[in-house]
Design a protein around this ligand. Structure first.
Ligand SMILES: CC(=O)N[C@@H]([C@@H](O)[C@H](O)[C@H](O)CO)[C@@H](O)CC(=O)C(=O)O
Length: 310
């Protein structure tokens, strides 16, 4: 069998886990999705991760997930690398989304294990395998044990990673040791993405090839700067910037919902994405002053770092 060589370079770097975009009645708005994607295309990020946790994919109908992806592809497919999360509770729906993703030309598909049922490794393996076999696209495992409850073992990971089409893992668990182990245990060069935005630098130092994160969405230029510091070996500067980013993330996490806060910040910048879908909470009036202040802080920090780019 010929081993297919993927251009893994194109998958390395900063990927925004893109938020959902709804109209004012809560329906998915293709127009707003396009506007959000266009904004990210202007910031220097490598690509987008569509329909993941930050994208609320799991709260959307299959049709809505297709609509979101189509809007993204229509707007930025030529400029950004697009990875789409196709994981759903049933394998059947996940496969349908994977096939659709291939038909619109994404660069890779990705999936969490199915949630709700306490699944065996064999079950998760089969779930992923059906998706992998349904397209000719590369596949990126999405490991996020704190939300799915599924702890991916190195054994299953190793087995999955032997396949040509499995090119990477998005490691949203918090252990950078485990992240490093995924990299070390793959029997081929394999992409590892840092998941926790608070330790982007830590993940990179321990072997990640880039990151996929939700809070990048309100400060994409800062994560691009952090990536650049790391690539240029400016570790002290990178450490300082990571500290400043973390102060912002802590404030974002102090609101009733992280996505609500991020979406409200985008709205302050004229990018409307609506409020998150329940049960994720919106941000109330009482928090608006604090949000304006935080947005100002992010913009000031971004300006101070982008002025460094000559
Ligand atoms: C557990 C969790 O949700 N982690 C987030 C982070 O971006 C996270 O929101 C951030 O580090 C703030 O804690 C990402 O790893 C998830 C992600 O990329 C996604 O939206 O799919």
């Amino acid at each position: 069998m010929t081993v297919r060589e993927w251009d893994t370079e194109k998958y390395k770097g900063v990927f925004v886990a893109m938020y959902s975009a709804y109209d004012d009645t809560g329906k998915v708005s293709k127009e707003r999705v396009r506007k959000l994607a266009r904004y990210y295309a202007s910031t220097g990020v490598k690509g987008l991760y569509v329909g993941g946790s930050s994208g609320e994919g799991i709260l959307h109908s299959t049709e809505e997930r297709k609509q979101v992806l189509e809007a993204v592809m229509e707007e930025v497919a030529k400029e950004l690398i697009i990875i789409v999360h196709v994981g759903a509770n049933s394998t059947k729906e996940s496969v349908e989304l994977a096939v659709h993703a291939e038909s619109v030309g994404v660069d890779a598909i990705s999936s969490v294990p199915a949630i709700y049922y306490r699944l065996s490794e064999a079950s998760v393996e089969r779930h992923w395998q059906e998706m992998i076999d349904s397209t000719s696209l590369p596949f990126i495992i999405y490991n996020i044990p704190q939300t799915t409850g599924f702890h991916l073992s190195q054994t299953l990971f190793k087995k999955m990673a032997r396949q040509d089409k499995v090119i990477g893992i998005k490691m949203s668990g918090e252990s950078v040791f485990e992240l490093q182990q995924f990299k070390a245990n793959a029997e081929k060069p394999l992409l590892v993405y840092n998941g926790p935005d608070e330790q982007y630098l830590g993940g990179r130092i321990m072997g990640a090839d880039g990151g996929i994160g939700g809070t990048y969405g309100v400060m994409p230029e800062l994560f691009c700067r952090l990536e650049r510091f790391y690539r240029e070996g400016e570790i002290n500067k990178a450490q300082q910037l990571q500290g400043k980013i973390n102060a912002i993330i802590s404030k974002l996490l102090s609101f009733p919902s992280l996505y609500g806060a991020c979406k409200a910040i985008l709205s302050l910048r004229g990018i409307e994405t609506g409020v998150p879908r329940l049960p994720l909470l919106p941000i109330g009036e009482a928090d608006s002053e604090r949000l304006i202040e935080l947005n100002g802080e992010i913009e000031k920090l971004t300006a101070s770092y982008t002025s460094l780019q000559v």
